[in-house]
Design a protein around this ligand. Structure first.
Ligand code: HEC
Length: 448
């Protein structure tokens, strides 16, 4: 074993050496900083993208060297909400401690440019459809106007499909026409006609709604977020069925940029001939008993769900509104061990994502999945929509609050699919029931 320990020692020493900055040499833009920016920032910070300025050239970066150093040290950028230690997700946007230190040292050294020959090539960013021409392209009827100023806009476009039979989906890409204002997109399926009715009420093909779509979606399709690639994901077993009669409802989140803009997003769909082998299932957690007195700094709610069968989790998504502060989701296994599933310590409504696990997590029957949510309704919370603070209750409006977690995946055995659905629906009514009881009790006490 002597040979291998020496080898390991050598590799370790090499690793340590390369982690230390060369003695005396300050980092330069071309050699040290540009590779970090090109890998982690230019997906959003380049022309016509959602970042408020480009970080492509030396001049772009030099002008903002100190700001970049500060914002990366504080981990505000790149935007990535799951906490450290939860490095279990695909496409995580995190800088290493070494990268953060390099940017800081570069800014402190006066942001030197360095030798032009060291500059790496900018990555190629694919334009248009990532997987070639889709089988079906649908587009919202008219360009949508985003005003120059004002709060972020959440709008739902209704796209009726009128398919007479079920269709199976292999991949979906949402393509905004204006990526400067398009923050993210979430396409959902509605089979109830509710979204159509809501759009009609607003006199057209779309309706505003802040917190949610106003109906319980029959399913979700892959959406748009800056820098996200469309893939045929072989790790995800469950295919998406577009049941006949479903409409696609496209939720768009727009961020005004100081100049009036328009956007006319398209959705490209790639169909599969084969019926999916498995249907997606999910675990739904939430607590609707939300009644947060003005000034309350740490209002907490929890929920839990016991698995009646083995379940494989592939994705995680959490939801609160603007005064949400933090959330955590974890699993307590029958053998007494605990597994963290998602933790967000600095909730930001504007950076929500569906996180995909690098490796799906299998939870055995009997596991209890738990969640907790915290809100800060004090005047110290800069994201509080009211000043002075006011009582905030559950609701879908922009100044109401919600809580929710969806863990997407498949039951390990196909036989458990339906049982799991029924258990989840049962749990949903339980959550509603708890909120209704609490509301009745408050009304009895004379509280509104
Ligand atoms: C996923 C898209 C995205 C990525 C990746 C990203 N940014 Fe940003 N950045 C934004 C957006 C959007 C804003 C505008 C503020 C907001 O909406 O949070 C912003 C704002 C900023 C600001 C201004 C912040 C302020 O307080 O005004 C700086 C500086 C910045 N980003 C630097 C970076 C750096 C450096 C990286 C890479 C290490 C990076 N960003 C990666 C999207 C991104």
């Amino acid at each position: 074993m002597r040979y291998s320990t020496t080898l390991a020692g050598g590799v370790l020493a090499l690793g340590l050496l390369s982690a230390l900055p060369a003695q005396g040499a300050d980092p330069t833009f071309t050699k040290d900083v540009a590779p970090i920016l090109f890998e982690n920032c230019t997906t959003c910070h380049r022309a016509d993208e959602v970042g408020p300025f480009a970080l492509v050239t030396y001049e772009d970066a030099r002008k903002r060297a100190k700001q970049i150093a500060k914002i990366t040290e504080k981990k505000i950028m790149p935007p990535w909400k799951p906490s450290e230690g939860h490095d279990t997700f695909k496409n995580a946007r995190n800088l290493t401690a070494k990268q953060i230190a390099t940017i800081k040292a570069w800014a402190e050294a006066g942001a030197p440019e360095g030798d032009a020959k060291d500059l790496p090539k900018m990555p190629d960013y694919p334009k248009g459809w990532h997987l070639g021409k889709p089988d079906l392209v649908i587009q919202i009827a008219k360009p949508f106007t985003i005003p120059a100023e004002g709060p972020d806009i959440y709008v739902h476009f209704v796209l009726p499909l009128d398919f007479k039979e079920d269709k199976y989906i292999k991949a979906v890409q949402v393509l905004p026409s204006n990526r400067k204002v398009a923050h993210h997109a979430v396409p959902m399926l509605d089979g109830s006609g509710t979204a159509r009715a809501l759009a009609k009420k607003h006199g057209g093909d779309h309706y505003p709604n802040f917190g949610g779509p106003g109906f319980i979606p029959r399913g979700f399709l892959p959406g748009y977020a800056p820098g996200q690639m469309t893939r045929f994901d072989p790790d995800i077993e469950a295919g998406i069925t577009l049941a006949k009669g479903s409409d696609i409802v496209l939720q768009m989140h727009y961020h005004p940029i100081g100049k009036e803009q328009t956007d006319q997003p398209q959705i490209g769909i790639y169909f599969s001939k084969d019926k999916p082998k498995r249907n997606p299932n999910l675990i739904l957690l939430g607590n609707n008993d939300i009644y947060i007195p003005a000034g309350e700094k740490e209002f907490k709610r929890t929920d839990s769900f016991k698995l009646g069968c083995d379940f494989k989790i592939e994705t995680a998504w959490a939801h609160m509104h603007t005064i949400g502060k933090k959330t955590k989701v974890w699993a307590e296994l029958p053998d007494g061990t605990t597994k963290n599933l998602l933790q967000i310590d600095d909730w930001d409504f504007n950076w929500q994502d569906t996180y995909t696990y690098k490796k799906p997590i299998i939870l055995p029957k009997g596991t209890v999945v738990k969640s907790e949510f915290f809100w800060d309704n004090s005047a110290d919370n800069p994201r509080n929509p009211f000043n002075p603070p006011k009582l905030i209750k559950w609701g879908e409006g922009s100044t109401d609050e919600m809580s929710g977690v969806i863990l997407g995946g498949v039951t390990v055995s196909g036989w458990d699919e339906i049982g799991m659905w029924l258990a989840v629906i049962g749990h949903y009514f339980e959550v509603e029931g708890i909120a209704n009881e609490a509301k009745k009790k408050r009304e009895k006490e004379g509280k509104k």
